[in-house]
Design a protein around this ligand. Sequence first.
Ligand SMILES: Nc1nc2c(ncn2[C@@H]2O[C@H](COP(=O)(O)OP(=O)(O)OP(=O)(O)O)[C@@H](O)[C@H]2O)c(=O)[nH]1
Ligand SMILES: C[S@@+](CC[C@H](N)C(=O)[O-])C[C@H]1O[C@@H](n2cnc3c(N)ncnc32)[C@H](O)[C@@H]1O
Ligand code: SF4
Ligand code: SF4
Length: 330
Amino acid sequence: MNQVDYLRISLIDRCNFRCQYCMPEGAELDYLLKQELLTDAELLTLIQFVFIPVGFTRFRLTGGEPLLRPRVVELVRAIASLPQTQDLSMTTNGFLLASQAQNLYDAGLRRVNISLDSLDSDTFEQIIGNRGRSRWQQVWRGIQAAYNVGFDPLKLNVVVIPGVNDHEILDLAALTIDKQWHVRFIEFMPIGNGDLFGDRGWVSSEDLRQRIRERWGLTKSQIRGAGPADVFQIPGAKGTLGFISQMSECFCDRCNRMRFSADGWLRPCLLNETGQIDLKTALRAGTSTDQLQEQVKQVLAIKPEINFKGRDSGTADIYSYSRTMSQIGG
Ligand SMILES: Nc1nc2c(ncn2[C@@H]2O[C@H](COP(=O)(O)OP(=O)(O)OP(=O)(O)O)[C@@H](O)[C@H]2O)c(=O)[nH]1
Ligand SMILES: C[S@@+](CC[C@H](N)C(=O)[O-])C[C@H]1O[C@@H](n2cnc3c(N)ncnc32)[C@H](O)[C@@H]1O
Ligand code: SF4
Ligand code: SF4
């Protein structure tokens, strides 16, 4: 059985974007109230005295948009300075990164994954739900800042939506030729915005690889990440191409992670709501960290049974999730 040692921590459920694949179109989301969010002290207590003792050593900060979390740099510093932390990373939309990249790096963050679904500002604005202001340039500046500061590896995440940005695959892949960037194509999952998924579905990674192969050739890379991406390379390129293929392939047998929401729910599987536990309420009710460790161990024990097995080439029940991707953290 895989060791589950990687925790994706959502710092906040709010976001400054409204990506069409992540949130239901038009619907008002119920955001968490301040008192429902774990405080910094509660989060750090749980990491240090509950998650680390049961074996978690790799942490990814996500959201919503993690850079909207107040005092995020101090949180990064506190987690990075724990001697047991072997890997600390962040997934961000990059909009606030230009001004924060250096501070985050100085605080101990060493790698970031940045979402960039298009190189065309109009398509980008359409995907992120433009509210009248062009945001592409600012995200691009965030990516450059992260690169200049020294984040390594620097990964760019592209959710591929048929008919929206799939015509840009080659342009996005070409970014890896001259730059040591790692572009990852993510198959659109039926979570977040079921209506969009229902309409347009997803493009398989193998389709994309074939298009790239025909243009430049493609070799399997020696580099493997800590996550589900299959890594390839254009021959001679400085960077790599990753493919996250949750719809066309099943990588659940190598699943090494759980998710922790901003309001303290521990979730054993992204695509399955079974077995979640509410650690915040337990902590606030005075449950000892030793007892909380036992609760987490029980979730770890049942995780292999919970891991998503019901997939059948994209026919998962897309309306059965009560939380959007922005609320879970991807
Ligand atoms: N189905 C599924 N999809 C995942 C899982 N982990 C990541 N993904 C998908 O991959 C996307 C990108 O993940 P990232 O936040 O960049 O992290 P990662 O690729 O796991 O991270 P590293 O390899 O550690 O850099 C997520 O938004 C999901 O769409 C997983 O456990 N299950
Ligand atoms: C939920 S976001 C949170 C972090 C940050 N706001 C960002 O966008 O990078 C994390 C990741 O989830 C991905 N994601 C969101 N909805 C998705 C979906 N329906 N299918 C696949 N990936 C999705 C995003 O592209 C992003 O890479
Ligand atoms: S993918 Fe990230 S940036 Fe886009 S709406 Fe979801 S949480 Fe926000
Ligand atoms: S779908 Fe669930 S079990 Fe499968 S890899 Fe993702 S989180 Fe793990």
